[in-house]
Design a binder for this molecule. Structure first.
Ligand code: NAD
Length: 298
């Protein structure tokens, strides 16, 4: 396989690209920040000369950027990936974006004879570090086969969800539940704290009934409940996803009362204090702040 371009080396992109480098892929990388580029260079990657430089130097270009406008600028903007790509190259967007953005990328890539796959990522940063991510992939059978070795180097679970766009759409459904559970857990555990209940006993009860969920069982004990609110998944990105989800649901004619409430709570946490760049489990601390109780810790 030729060189792999990797654009966006943040909380997720950096460990994902690091796994590719460690597993022998020739990488050329780019981020607007120097620090993660230098870290990747220490693992043998080449620092790319911007988006255009990465595209010229790679067979497959991967994007792992925060939001739809970032991906559109990098892929569709003047001097961007598709401006510089040649027929036969391939673009794989792994960011969580609006389905309309994915559809635009797929159409623009097809027009240029460039392969396209959307492969957003499930699970947590820790899984990305361990090379145990889950991928929800949209694309043709041939395009998905072409990126499979990369996905296998970065994760251990791959679902081919359907044609281009199906990965992004599946990710929004999945994140609706993951993000909503965070908000719901925050209210439940602030409630338990206000009632002066013992946290460990309360969690044991929750884990023993159908009240259990992946956030309160897997993420929270390793993050907010042990006092670590560094991201992880930033509340600003959870708010971005909640906005993508409720807008996509509106377009699909699906009522989403709970989703809209969760989105507004995330937005309020961002505007109140300094929650935007904390892990999304820190919604517990936000609700406790509102309830005027001390955030519980294990
Ligand atoms: P992040 O904010 O930590 O990292 C984004 C990176 O992109 C940063 O290093 C930033 O400097 C870089 N960047 C931004 N704009 C750029 C540009 N125009 N050119 C070059 N570099 C640019 O975000 P993240 O947590 O790594 O998330 C990336 C994507 O993956 C998002 O869409 C997010 O919703 C999704 N995601 C995140 C998680 C998670 O747990 N953090 C899990 C699954 C999916």
């Amino acid at each position: 396989m030729g060189r792999i371009g990797f654009i966006g080396l943040g909380a997720m992109g950096r460990p994902m690209a690091s796994n590719l480098a460690r597993k022998g892929f020739a990488l050329v990388v780019h981020d607007m920040r120097r620090e993660p580029v230098e870290a990747l260079a220490k693992l043998g990657a080449t620092a790319g000369n911007g988006v255009a430089g990465v595209t010229h130097a790679s067979e497959i270009v991967v994007t792992m950027l925060p939001d739809s406008p970032d991906v559109e600028a990098a892929a569709l903007g003047p001097g961007g990936i598709l401006d510089n790509a040649k027929p036969g190259q391939m673009l794989m967007d792994m960011s969580t974006v609006d389905p309309g953005t994915t559809d635009k990328l797929a159409a623009a890539a097809a027009k240029k004879g460039v392969g396209f796959v959307d492969a957003p990522v499930g699970r947590l940063v820790q899984h990305a570090i361990e090379g145990k991510s889950l991928f929800m992939v949209g694309g043709s059978k041939d395009d998905v086969a072409r990126v499979r070795p990369l996905l296998e180097a970065m994760g251990d679970t791959i679902y081919h969800c359907g044609p281009a766009g199906a990965g992004t759409r599946t990710k929004l459904v999945n994140n609706y539940l993951a993000i909503f559970h965070c908000v719901l857990n925050a209210e439940a555990l602030a409630f338990a704290t206000a009632l002066k209940l013992d946290l460990k006993t309360t969690l044991d009860v929750i884990y023993g009934t159908t009240a259990v969920n992946g956030q309160n069982k897997v993420n929270w004990p390793n993050k907010v409940l042990k006092g670590d609110t560094t991201p992880g998944f930033r509340i600003a990105l959870a708010h971005k996803d909640a906005s993508l989800i409720t807008e996509a649901a509106r377009k699909a004619g699906v009522p989403m009362f709970v989703g809209v409430a969760a989105r507004e709570m995330l937005g309020q946490a961002m505007r109140t204090g300094d929650f935007a760049d904390k892990d999304f489990s820190a919604m517990l601390d936000y609700v406790c702040q509102q309830a005027k109780v001390n955030p519980p810790r294990l």
